[in-house]
Design a protein around this ligand. Structure first.
Ligand code: AMP
Length: 465
């Protein structure tokens, strides 16, 4: 078995790796590190969770340990699509570079430029940036890019989704043509491959997992809802949250405004929730994330942008309140759980309108996801917020506070539930039914008071996907 020492890393880095407790390199590290040390360009097809960050930061520290940076002239540049990812990479440098004296600067939006500029003035070996802030500071003349020796483009497919590619191309055009470029992407669609071929010179291609594969240690379920109705979706979510032993969870929404609405609703129903989305200022985002990491927040309602690539250990569940529009986002979302060999669980709430997106996801992951229904799910008849999600004004009603009498629970089935067995694409009549977790039955019962749905009274069995 290959060890870190076999990869050509020096004593100081090996000591730092030992301090973190990594026993052996991951496949991407084993394949990438020797080539990065040889100053080769890399085209890495790898997702977060594979150890790819250490795959490029460890050899970069090794290379950069010789030499010194001049003021405003960083020696390496790493572009990340989101502030959180940039901050995570910076943490990696701090951890692995603890026995080196490398200077680092983090240039991300949403924070004041003053500290970032004074860091640049001191001379930085490693510059980690989001593309917008990077260009902003360049245009102000606060940073010069002619001394960059190593250029890293991380999460390139995400950069594409977020519309950052023109900025990335502009930045690449400002760098010296003779440099080492490391290019990482979770997937390699044609646009990304084309982009990579423009940036890279005789790269070493490394693929560590088939693109868009989902981890085998994540139990995935779809909750089939009978109608396109927000209120019913929220009710279904609450039922599952009470039923499952959720230690902590990401709950993804497709739209920013729905993140706020859902968080408000969860809080109102007594859940310990918080929210994270791209419109929040950086200090709010950081504080919320810290609360989630510490366990002060159990349920983090979030948008894709905010949660992409976040590496938080021990997240027990991921819930998709909405089926993502982009099938690849499904893979990224559920990849927040089941990390580092742990077992994770994901639930995707699916309305009839969203079934097309499920088809695309199953095609991408080449796998059928287990279907469940919640029998006797209360129907949202005569409620102000029962509009279909596609209604133009639906969000206004969704913001309407719930007032007056306690909520009524209608126990007749809203529509004949669609029940689909895992091995069939089309609906069949096989009952695949979700049940409360035995430990959760008490709280689930309490939540319903005398209106206990019939399914909660039946003994528990469960189909696993
Ligand atoms: P990444 O794919 O870079 O986001 O890394 C995912 C997680 O794997 C992080 O929590 C790292 O600390 C961890 N990790 C990276 N390399 C190793 C390794 N060789 N052994 C065990 N864990 C690792």
């Amino acid at each position: 078995m290959t060890s870190f020492a076999d990869l050509g890393l020096s004593e100081d880095i090996l000591k730092a790796i030992q301090d973190v407790g990594y026993a052996t390199p991951t496949p991407i590290q084993e394949q990438a590190i020797p080539y990065v040390l040889q100053m080769r360009d890399i085209l890495g097809c790898a997702q977060t969770g594979t150890g790819k960050t250490a795959g490029f930061t460890l050899p970069m520290i090794e290379i950069l340990s010789n030499g010194r940076a001049r003021a405003r002239m960083p020696r390496s540049l790493i572009l990340e699509p989101t502030r959180e990812l940039a901050a995570q990479v910076a943490e990696n440098f701090t951890t692995y570079g603890k026995y080196h004296k490398l200077n680092m600067a983090l240039l991300i939006g949403g924070e004041t430029m003053t500290d970032q500029i004074s860091n640049l003035d001191r001379g930085v070996d490693v510059l980690i940036a989001t593309p917008g802030r990077m260009l902003d500071l360049y245009e102000r003349g606060k940073v010069l890019l002619n001394d960059i020796k190593i250029f890293v483009i991380d999460e390139a497919d995400r950069m594409l989704d977020m519309g950052f590619i023109p900025d990335v191309e502009r930045i690449a055009g400002l760098l010296p043509p003779i440099r080492q470029t490391l290019f990482f992407s979770a997937t390699l669609p044609p646009e990304i491959s084309k982009l990579a071929s423009r940036f890279l010179n005789n790269p070493k291609s490394i693929t560590v997992a088939p693109s868009a594969s989902t981890a085998i240690n994540i139990n995935q379920f779809l909750i089939m809802l009978p109608s396109d109705n927000d209120w019913q979706k929220r009710e279904a979510l609450r039922i599952i949250l009470k039923r499952e032993s959720v230690q902590n969870a990401f709950i993804f929404c497709n739209r920013k405004r729905d993140v706020a609405t859902l968080n408000k609703s969860l809080k109102k129903h007594g859940f310990n929730s918080g929210e994270l989305h791209g419109d929040m200022d950086q200090s709010g985002r950081t504080a919320t994330l810290d609360q989630f990491k510490r366990g002060d927040i159990t349920f983090l309602v979030c948008s894709d942008v905010a949660a992409r690539g976040l590496d938080i250990a021990d997240v027990s569940h991921v819930f998709n309140f909405d089926v993502p529009f982009n099938a690849e986002d499904y893979v990224h979302r559920i990849g927040r759980t089941g990390r580092a060999g742990k077992i994770g669980t994901s639930y995707t709430l699916t309305t009839p309108e969203e079934l097309k997106q499920i088809d695309a996801i199953e095609l991408l992951i080449n796998k059928q996801i287990a279907r469940e229904v919640i029998p006797d799910l209360p129907e949202a008849t005569n409620r102000p917020s029962q509009h279909r999600r596609s209604d133009r004004n639906a969000h206004k009603d969704r913001h309407a506070p719930h007032k007056g009498k306690p909520r009524e629970h209608h126990h007749r089935a809203a529509a004949e539930p669609v029940i689909v067995a895992e091995t069939h694409k089309k609906p069949v009549a096989a009952p695949v039914v979700s049940r409360p977790h035995p430990e959760q039955q008490h709280s689930a019962h309490a939540a319903f008071g005398s209106n206990l749905p019939a399914f909660l009274k039946r003994p528990a069995t469960r189909s696993k996907g």
